[in-house]
Design a binder for this molecule. Sequence first.
Ligand code: BG6
Length: 473
Amino acid sequence: MNKDFLWGAALSNVQAEGGYLEDGKGLNVYDTLEISFETGQSTLSDTTVAADHYHHYKEDIAHMKEMGFTAYRFSIVWSRIHPQGDDGKTNEAGLAYYEDMIDELLKAGIEPVVSLVHFDMPDYLRVHYNGFMDRRVVDFYADHVAVVAKRFKDKVKYWITYNEVNTASFGPRLVAGAQQPENMSDAQFHATLTHHTQLAHAKAVLAIKKENPNAMVSGMDAYGSIYPFTCKPEDVQAARFADNMNNNLTFDVMVNGEYPSYYLAYLQNKGVDFNHPQDELDIIKEASQKLDFLAFSYYQSLVVKAPEGIEDPLEVQDYLLFGAREKLSNPYVTANEWGWQIDPMGLRYALDTLYERYHKPLFIVENGIGIDDQLTEDKKVYDDDRISYYQGHIKNISDAIELDGVEMIGYLAWAPIDFLSSHKEMRKRYGFVFIDRYDDGTGTLARYPKKSYYWYKKVIASQGKDLENDIEY
Ligand code: BG6
């Protein structure tokens, strides 16, 4: 990696901050999320304290500096800035809080990479508008982004408009504050949310560029490389459809400024009303011309197989998109405790595919592994499995750059510190720094660097060349 390559990690602030309703913050969709169990855990932490990053951010940034980060991605929580979301009332204390955080980063020589809307929509907009299902929320969001962009235009260069926007209709409550209305078809719900979130992304791009034409702006997808289960043509076609709808659709719109033919054909076949005012389509087009790079998260690859016994091609598509698609194991890779398949070469595959398709610089803004790390008596965490996960993934990034000619901005691991998972689980830890906090609400909140902390520090210092796990810890 060259010397301009950005190294660091990323965090979702609602999952880490705590500071529940402090300093005028409003409730958001993550605060009110009823937990669902990923692996049958019985007691879970809540967002009132989380990792208490709200009060420890200076200490946490000091750790990032010590590791040698040159970039750090975090999210400005929408409900801290606009607690209700629809009344134009801006909470100055929220802006001041993030300004201080940004200043602290700049002082440490760390480039802030700001995410907008990362599970943090004011809950009021979910309850009273059904989130991004309501067109008016797109404008509330655009107004919010305009306020944030204006405030930080001289301090923040890298912006991500919408975390994992391609998951909006698959995790609608958390990602878009929305619920599928009764009597609305799956396809119509998908189409409406896709359009509104794409419009929101586009308006955010324009709002940021209006404040600072030199800002570097991107949309973001959750990318999981998709393989056909076998080389049977039906499986290959099924994998292609799943790949288009899950991975490519949103980037296709963001980059090309129009809906791709495979999506329009799908909606037409499903009888979905997909006519939009010309000015909205123009906004999407204009934003596509101003997009600077593509940001994505990568955790795992997936395997897709054509369903048995379904002949009708439209039913096959429904099954692949909305049906209880089997979670198939790939026999060639391993998985973590939560069943997330560990496939480092899948990251190279993702980078190559995205670069070949879009010709935009790529920025990995999330990549990591959840592990139930254990703190020893002498306050150590030997997380060699995490080191091994990163070794494989960083090696494949080098290969994508050096062997395949991919252009990249940087790499942000997930995450600098432990925090609550998207299922509000503290036990599923991702950090380089262990947070002494447990799902039953106990713990001192003290911070302890894990073994991977020192390993990653060495990786950054060597620009990704020295991946050996030879740390004395
Ligand atoms: C990404 C999200 O989808 O995955 C993060 O952007 C999330 O917010 C991460 O934490 C890991 O998923 P999980 O469910 O293990 O927290």
